[in-house]
Design a protein around this ligand. Structure first.
Ligand SMILES: [Ca+2]
Ligand SMILES: [Ca+2]
Length: 232
């Protein structure tokens, strides 16, 4: 009995901690928007390394949409995602300076230059601060324009983690039109080779409050059983 409860606790804790590897759209857990078309967004906070994890969200839409539409919709929808952008350029559109992720999902996120992100969208439109870092050591944040940058990649020939591969967008997210089945990637790059693309993708999730509560209850029951056994 006790082992069974402990097993349940371990299973619930694991379901929160490990979101799962993404190899196709079927593995994506966090979908934003509605419509017949589907695309994936992959963000890699260490684009020059293939050993860290990158994180994947899905986007659904009807009609026309751009890479910018997907990124902005997902950042606005997921309370754990943050973004800093600059003034819109007449030709290239919206410049992306910084991306952040409340990776430990504790509801605490900030960056070293004390930028105030919008509480409703998680987006900041002021300033640029190369090298700003997350103030919560369990989170991710990379920002740059001169010392590093977010390299934007698009899928060529289908799923870049399957039969296809990543390629440069050349025109930027605001001008890149999305098609059903596309993958877009942002990888933070520091060597200016313009060849960093997301690797080692995992599904972004929202920890379900009910799952967390169940995990805590299962843990309390297990502790109670242990105490009872000691008394006997
Ligand atoms: Ca990486
Ligand atoms: Ca955090």
């Amino acid at each position: 009995m006790r082992r069974g409860i402990l097993g349940l606790f371990v299973l619930l804790a694991a379901s929160v901690a490990d979101a799962g590897v993404v190899s196709s759209f079927n593995d994506i857990q966090y979908w934003v928007g509605n419509g017949q078309n589907r695309a994936a967004l992959v963000i890699d906070w260490a684009g020059d390394s293939s050993t860290d994890q990158s994180w994947v969200w899905g986007f659904r839409w009807d009609g026309a949409a751009t890479g910018e539409d997907m990124l902005q919709a997902i950042v606005a929808a997921d309370p754990a995602l943050y973004e800093r952008v600059g003034p819109r350029h007449a030709v290239y559109g919206l410049p992306l300076y910084g991306l952040g992720y409340d990776l430990n999902h504790n509801g605490v996120f900030g960056i070293s230059d004390e930028t105030a992100f919008s509480p409703t969208t998680g987006i900041a439109t002021t300033g640029v601060h190369d090298g700003a870092v997350a103030t919560d050591s369990g989170d991710l944040y990379k920002e740059g324009w001169d010392t590093g940058f977010w390299n934007y990649g698009i899928s060529v020939g289908g799923n870049p983690f399957g039969a296809g591969h990543w390629g440069p967008s050349d025109v930027g997210m605001s001008v890149t039109t999305l098609a059903d089945g596309d993958w877009n990637g942002f990888a933070y790059e520091t060597d200016w080779a313009f060849n960093s693309y997301p690797a080692n993708p995992y599904a972004a999730v929202v920890p379900e409050p009910s799952t967390l509560i169940l995990a805590v209850v299962a843990g309390l029951i297990a502790v109670t059983f242990r105490r009872r056994r000691k008394k006997q």
